[in-house]
Design a protein around this ligand. Structure first.
Ligand code: UD1
Length: 300
């Protein structure tokens, strides 16, 4: 059985990955418990509490065949407050794993980057070759992690590849967390019979992708050797406005309240939508969960 190390395996992406893979492979989770608990994954899964920056993380890389690196400092706002903390995790943590991978016989190293690397898009849909001008330390640290992964592929032949997820959602995103995504926030309000709050005029667009489609694309990366040395957008290729999203959530939860408007959030980008032609072509990726189905999953 293949041995897979999933860093951040208790997190949003990591825990769904564990669900999808733990019967097919021998999974080890490395997680610092910063945002979740042991209960996020089944009891039979081997979970090690620790940090990707530690020496121990490098030892774990040596004991596995594959590394899926989902652990990260994920908050844009937190990165603005403390860019050093962000870089220590996202840049040094990634480099620590890559350096261990270079010295072992890793058959695949998968890195989860972010659409934040693009900054404010010049044109949409966004292809992978769109200029990368991050607007936050988080975007810069994710881009740096990505560049290291690609450099390790070119310079050392490490079989590494990366995805740039757009707006991921799932019922496991904590709505109480102020950094949670707009879908979780709208649903939390709808459940309480309260008005969703739209920042700005609601015409901004986003490409919302279900965590299940993210798990799918990661599984394709695992299977396809052609993926090595490449970075792929991970979105649906479709976007909707935040106003349309608010209406869809209210409809799904059968709540009849007006939306509330607040001033635009500083630093927000206006339009975002992925071009996923490259993932379609090289990986055969096809997103399967429509936004309506994805919202229904929260209702269940
Ligand atoms: C998302 C990611 C971020 C990534 C970026 C890449 C999340 C939580 N964040 O940021 O990590 O860097 O994509 O492009 O997935 N909004 C409201 N009301 C709310 C909450 C949000 O109107 O209650 C609006 C925001 O102002 C924004 C849009 O909804 O215009 C999306 O916000 P959010 O879900 O926080 O994600 P992004 O800012 O797109």
């Amino acid at each position: 059985m293949q041995k897979i190390l999933i860093t951040g395996g208790l997190g949003q992406v990591g825990s769904y990955l564990v669900d999808a893979l733990h019967e097919k492979a021998k999974i080890t989770v490395l997680d610092n418990y910063s945002s979740t608990t042991r209960e996020a994954v089944p009891p039979e899964v081997n979970v090690i509490k620790g940090d990707v920056k530690d020496r121990m993380a490098a030892d774990l890389v040596n004991q596995n065949d594959v590394v899926i690196h989902t652990a990260a400092q994920i908050s844009v706002t937190a990165s603005m407050k403390d860019p050093l903390f962000d870089a220590q995790n996202n840049v040094f943590g990634t480099l620590n794993l890559l350096e261990a991978a270079r010295r072992s016989s890793i058959s695949k190293f998968i890195y989860i980057s972010s659409a934040a690397v693009y900054g404010d898009p010049i044109n949409v849909p966004i292809t992978e070759s769109h200029p990368q001008d991050p607007l936050s330390p988080y975007g810069a640290s994710k881009l740096s992690g990505e560049k290291y992964c690609m450099m390790y592929n070119k310079a050392f032949g490490l079989p590494s590849c990366c995805i740039r997820p757009f707006n991921i959602y799932s019922p496991r995103q904590d709505p109480g967390n102020p950094y949670s995504g707009v879908i979780s926030r709208f649903i939390e309000k709808a459940r309480a019979g309260q008005s969703p709050v739209i920042f700005g005029d609601g015409t901004q667009t986003r490409d919302f992708i279900s965590v299940h489609d993210i798990v799918d694309i990661i599984q394709l990366l695992l299977e396809k050797e052609d993926a090595n040395g490449h970075v792929f957008n991970a979105g649906t290729g479709n976007s909707i406005t935040v106003s349309e999203l608010a209406n869809m959530v209210l409809e799904t939860f059968d709540v009849d309240v007006p939306v509330r408007y607040m001033p635009e959030r500083p630093g927000d980008i206006k339009y975002s939508c992925s071009d996923i032609s490259k993932a379609r072509k090289i990986l055969g990726f096809e997103p399967k969960v429509s936004l309506r189905e994805g919202l229904m999953e929260f209702a269940e």
